[in-house]
Design a protein. Structure first.
Length: 538
């Protein structure tokens, strides 16, 4: 043998030595996957753990295919492939290398069965195999997957990934996933105690589910700590549930405030029982729908501004309708409340039928702009953006209306007519026009309420009917004609409703609220904040 041949032989041996682990790993992963084709459910779960232990991330597509029901075993040689349907055949892919393996008739292949336990094991295995991914989002998702499906098999890989992780958020999530995996492993009791403390610190229902799941199989020495941690989390969740109910109540209260604030003017200030007030809300919602339809077809880039455009449109449309109703019907019925009630009820039926004729009886789609979509967490609260913006919007409308009534000449005239119509007329105030503009203002605000309600409720001809009774309750409970009473009444009734619903149901809750208001009015007939110096009529 020449010296050159000797060195070539040495290099060949080294090449084999370095290549052997990779080939062995591929061979091991492929062999394990092939064994799944002949395994029962319990054996397949064990094999998935062994596949994850190889650390070969190339098996992730095969595991995903298994979870999706796309893993097949060939009847002729019991080899396993990823299969995608293509007519009467299956397009086959090697499960580890990802190379194409041609196609085969469906009759020549058998789909490998899967159940929920296997899917959980697959999620855990895939999470472990992607912990070392160069992509930060993938590593974070992998840590979440391991947390949701804890497995002792992933513990070593998780600790390896933790040692190399430099991103603070990902590292914290991996540490939490490690604690969950330790709790389900055979690690010493002291390590599990530390894990319980870490999981308890997570809080929330996810941590509660993890601890509850560990109680049945836990070491007796740990059960006391587990139960104490579960109780602590339950107490915290109960407190957050109470806060969440308050938020839901304020959210509902803001909706009632928007629906009732216009009625506080027409009923509270003018003394008109307007049964068509709900239809003004409905017309505002349909105005929003029409604005969005025009924007979708003519200027789709303006969609995020659609609500800002719809607000003045809805105000003008419903204000004009209210002006016509007052001039055409209401002004002939002042001082005759029963006739006013019947007339406005008839108007409400006419408006509902007109909308059904024009737009049809079905719900219309009103989209959410991007800034009103989604939600965010605040501690243990889950707050949706649309509800938050409606609450802010309701408060802005309330204070704008207060400023109009307290600081403007029109507001001064309105209050003068309300307190003493004959004296106001003697001072040169045109009381019929004040009445018409006040009714138009109340209707316009109801239309603005419809813009907001279109973001959280179905836009249909019956939209207003859902809020008319609640609006009257808010105005009467708060104090007829008092805007501050309307604000307090709306928020109070909203919170009360949300605390009653979990225990007695939504329908019975509304009935109880109505009964409580009736009992309250027996003691305080003029509501929480009664106006002083009511109108003096001869």
């Amino acid at each position: 043998m020449t010296m050159r041949s000797f060195f070539q032989a040495i290099l060949f041996v080294f090449a084999l030595a370095f290549a052997a682990p990779s080939h062995a790993q591929q061979g091991d992963a492929k062999s394990l996957i092939d064994q799944i084709g002949k395994a029962d459910f319990a054996q397949a779960e064990t094999l998935i753990g062994q596949i994850a232990a190889t650390g070969d991330a190339r098996v992730v597509p095969a595991l995903q295919a298994f979870s999706d029901g796309d893993l097949y075993v060939r009847k002729a040689d019991s080899l396993v492939f990823i299969g995608k349907s293509s007519g009467a055949n299956l397009d086959l892919t090697e499960p580890v290398s990802g190379a194409s393996a041609g196609s085969a008739p469906k009759g020549a292949m058998t789909k490998i069965r899967i159940n929920n336990n296997l899917r959980r094991a697959i999620r855990s295995a895939m999470g472990g195999l992607t912990l070392m991914s160069p992509d930060r989002g993938t590593r974070l998702a992998a840590a979440d997957a391991v947390m949701r499906a804890p497995s002792a098999e992933n513990l070593e890989l998780l600790e390896t990934a933790l040692a190399k992780e430099t991103d603070g958020e990902v590292k914290a999530r991996m540490d939490e996933a490690r604690a969950v995996s330790i709790l389900y492993s055979d690690r010493p009791v002291d390590a599990k105690r530390e894990a319980i403390t870490t999981i308890k610190g997570l809080g929330g229902r996810e941590a509660l589910g993890i601890l509850n799941g560990a109680v049945a199989t836990a070491d007796p020495a740990l059960k006391g700590e587990l139960n104490a941690s579960i109780k602590s989390i339950n107490d915290t969740l109960a407190l957050w549930d109470m806060v969440q109910n308050v938020w839901f109540g304020l959210s509902l209260g803001s909706v009632l405030l928007l629906a009732g604030i216009g009625l506080a003017i027409t009923f509270g200030v003018m003394g008109i029982i307007n049964m068509a007030h709900g239809e003004m809300v409905m017309l505002g919602a349909y105005s929003t729908y029409m604005v969005q339809q025009v924007i979708r077809t003519e200027a789709p880039w303006l969609f995020d501004w659609s609500l800002a455009i719809a607000l003045p449109v809805a105000f003008l449309v419903t204000g004009a309708v209210g002006f016509v109703i007052e001039r055409g019907i209401i002004r002939f019925l002042y001082g005759r409340p029963l006739e006013t009630l019947l007339a406005t009820w008839g108007v409400s039926l006419i408006l509902q039928q007109a909308i059904r004729t024009i737009f049809g009886p079905t719900n219309q789609e009103v989209g959410n702009p991007s800034w009103m979509s989604g939600s965010f967490a605040l501690g243990g609260l889950n707050i949706t953006w649309n509800r938050l913006w409606i609450l802010v919007f309701a408060v802005v409308i309330f204070f704008a209306l207060m400023a109009l009534m307290k600081k403007s000449a029109y507001g001064l005239n309105m209050r003068a007519v309300t307190q003493n119509r004959r004296m106001a007329s003697s001072m040169g105030i045109r009381t019929p026009w004040v009445d018409a503009l006040t009714f138009a203002l109340g209707s316009g605000i109801a239309g603005i309420a419809g813009v907001a309600l279109s973001q959280i409720d179905n836009v249909s001809p019956n939209l207003g009917q859902s809020y008319i009774i609640d609006s009257f309750m808010v105005v009467v409970f708060g104090g007829v004609g008092n805007l501050w009473g309307t604000l307090v009444g709306a928020l109070s009734l909203g919170v009360l409703n949300k605390f009653l619903e979990p225990s007695v149901g939504a329908v019975l809750g509304k009935i109880l609220v109505l009964v409580l208001i009736i009992l309250f009015i027996q003691k305080r007939p003029r509501g929480l904040f009664a106006l002083k110096g009511r109108a003096v009529e001869a």
